[in-house]
Write a protein that binds this ligand. Structure first.
Ligand code: GDP
Ligand code: MG
Length: 430
C-alpha cells in the first residue's frame, strides 16, 4: 500500500534526521520535497497546499528549528496534519432506522458487490442482522454474484432486480417483520463519469437510507474525485475506498475526504470477504509516512520481554539510562533489528549497518557516563555533556540526541507499561 510514496517520505525524513539540528532552509527544502512526493502520488494540488500550509505554520509556531529533535517533531506535525486532512477522527456508519438502510453506489467495477458482502460480514460479526439486497435491473448476473457471496458467508439475501422501485420497499417491509436490522443495498454501476441510473435518484428519497456510501477504486487516484462528483446528488454520507492492496499511490485516500467533504469509513484491502478495514486517519497517516505497523511492534516488544521489564522499572519510577541501554541491547538481540526498528517513528527504514553504527554510538555515550548520571539523567548539564562527548568520541549534539531518544523511549514504555497503546498515538515530542 502506497509503497512509493512511503519510500519517498521515509527518505526525506531520514535525511532530515541525519542532519541533527535543522536550519529554516533545511525545513523549507524538506517541505518542498514532501510536496513533490505528494503531487507525484496524485494527491490533489489543493489538498497538498492545505496540508503543507498548516505544517509550515505549526513548524514556525512550535519553534521547530530551535528544538532538540526537529526532524522527529516535523514528522509528528506532518503525521497529525495528514490525519486531519483525511478526516481526523475515525468515523462510523450512522445505521439509524429500523431497519437501517445502507446503499452502495459507485462506478462499474469499483467493488460495490464485493464490498456489500464484506460489509454484511463485518456487521454480522458485530452482532447485527444484515440482509443483502441486489437492486441491479441492468445486469442479470449481478444478483447471482451477490447471492453466491451471501451463501458463502451464510448470510441472507434478496433480489430486487426486476422492478427495484416496487421491490425494494417490499423487501424493507419484510426485513422489518423478520427483524433484519440492517439492509445493504447493492446497486448498478455506470461507466466512469456517467451519472448513476435515474431509478436511484427516485428510489433513495422513497426509502430514506441512513448511509449512502460511495464505493471507489483507489487505483484511479485523483480521477476518483471526478468520478465521485456525479454521485454527489444522491446525498452521499461517506466513502469506501477499495483496492488499497494494489499499487495505489495515495492520491485518492488523501484527496477524497476533504475534497468531497465526506468521511472515509472503510478501505478494501483484498478480494476476500474479510478484507475490509474500518478507516483510521492516524493509522493511515502512519502507513503513508512509512511509520509501519505499531501494534506489530508492540507485539514484538512483548515477545522479547522488553516492555515488561521497562514497565516494571517505570512502576518504580526508575526507567534510567541503564534500563535504556539494556533495552537497546535486548532489541539488538531480538533479531532482524532493521525490521523491528523500521516500525519505530524516526527510525524510518535505515540501512542495517547504519543502525549498527547508531547503536554503537548510543552505547558508547551511555558507557561514558558515571553511574550517577545514568540513574539521574537530569543532572547532565552542559559541562557533563562535553565530558561525555569527549569520552565517547562523539559530539554534544550526539549526546543531546541520545537524551532525547531516551526521553522518548521512556514515554513509549510508559504507554506500553499501562498495557494500552492508543490507536497509533505515539508519544511524540510535541
Ligand atoms: P462492482 O461492479 O462495483 O460491483 O464491482 P465488484 O464488486 O464486482 O468488483 C470488481 C472486481 O474488483 C472484482 O474482481 C473484485 O474481486 C475486485 N475487488 C473489489 N474490492 C477489492 C479490493 O479491495 N481489493 C482487490 N484486490 N480487489 C477488489
Ligand atoms: Mg456489482
Amino acid at each position: 500500500m502506497f509503497e512509493s510514496l512511503s519510500e519517498r517520505l521515509s527518505q526525506i525524513f531520514q535525511r532530515l534526521r541525519g542532519k541533527g539540528l535543522l536550519t529554516q532552509a533545511d525545513v523549507d527544502q524538506g517541505l518542498k520535497e514532501i510536496r513533490a512526493a505528494l503531487l507525484s502520488a496524485d494527491v490533489h494540488v489543493e489538498v497538498v497546499k492545505e496540508l503543507l500550509g498548516r505544517v509550515r505554520e505549526r513548524a514556525v509556531g512550535e519553534r521547530l528549528v530551535e528544538s532538540l529533535s526537529p526532524a522527529q517533531q516535523l514528522l509528528a506535525i506532518v503525521r497529525q496534519e495528514m490525519a486531519r486532512v483525511m478526516g481526523g477522527e475515525a468515523q462510523k456508519l450512522k445505521l439509524s432506522g429500523k431497519p437501517a438502510i445502507v446503499v452502495l453506489v459507485g462506478p462499474a467495477g469499483s467493488g460495490k458487490t464485493t464490498t456489500a458482502a464484506k460489509l454484511a460480514r463485518h456487521l454480522a460479526k458485530k452482532g447485527r442482522k444484515p440482509l443483502l439486497v441486489s437492486a441491479d435491473p441492468e445486469r442479470p448476473a449481478a444478483a447471482e454474484q451477490l447471492a453466491t457471496l451471501a451463501q458463502r458467508l451464510g448470510l441472507p439475501w434478496a433480489s430486487a432486480d426486476q422492478h427495484p422501485l416496487d421491490q425494494v420497499p417490499q423487501i424493507l417491509a419484510r426485513a422489518r417483520r423478520e427483524l433484519w436490522d440492517v439492509v445493504i443495498l447493492d446497486t448498478p454501476g455506470s461507466p466512469p463519469g456517467v451519472p448513476p441510473p435515474p431509478f436511484l435518484s427516485e428510489l433513495l428519497p422513497k426509502i430514506m437510507p441512513s448511509d449512502v456510501l460511495l464505493v471507489v477504486d483507489a487505483l484511479t487516484g485523483q480521477e476518483a474525485l471526478r468520478v465521485a462528483e456525479v454521485f454527489q446528488p444522491l446525498g452521499l454520507t461517506g466513502i469506501i475506498l477499495t483496492k488499497l492492496d494494489g499499487d495505489a499511490r495515495g492520491g485518492a485516500a488523501l484527496s477524497l475526504p476533504s475534497r468531497l467533504g465526506k468521511p472515509l469509513l472503510f478501505v478494501g484491502v483484498g478480494e476476500r470477504p474479510e478484507d475490509l478495514e474500518p478507516f483510521h486517519p492516524e493509522r493511515m497517516a502512519d502507513r503513508i509516512l512509512g511509520l509501519g505497523d505499531l501494534s506489530g511492534l508492540v507485539e514484538k516488544l512483548q515477545e522479547t520481554g522488553v516492555a515488561e521489564r521497562a514497565a516494571r522499572a517505570l512502576k518504580e519510577k526508575t526507567f534510567t539510562l541503564e534500563d535504556f541501554l539494556a533495552q537497546l541491547e535486548a532489541m539488538q538481540r531480538a533479531g532482524p533489528l532493521g525490521q523491528l526498528l523500521a516500525r519505530l517513528p524516526g527510525f524510518a527504514r535505515p540501512a542495517e549497518d547504519e543502525i549498527a553504527q547508531e547503536f554503537k554510538k548510543m552505547k558508547a555515550i551511555i558507557q561514558s557516563m558515571t553511574v550517577e548520571e545514568r540513574r539521574n539523567p537530569h543532572i547532565i548539564g552542559a559541562s557533563r555533556k562535553r565530558r561525555i562527548a569527549r569520552g565517547s568520541g562523539t559530539t554534544v549534539q550526539d549526546v543531546n540526541r541520545l537524551l532525547a531518544e531516551y526521553e522518548q523511549a521512556k514515554k513509549l514504555m510508559k504507554e506500553l507499561g499501562r498495557g494500552r497503546f492508543p490507536g497509533g498515538k505515539l508519544p511524540f515530542p510535541r
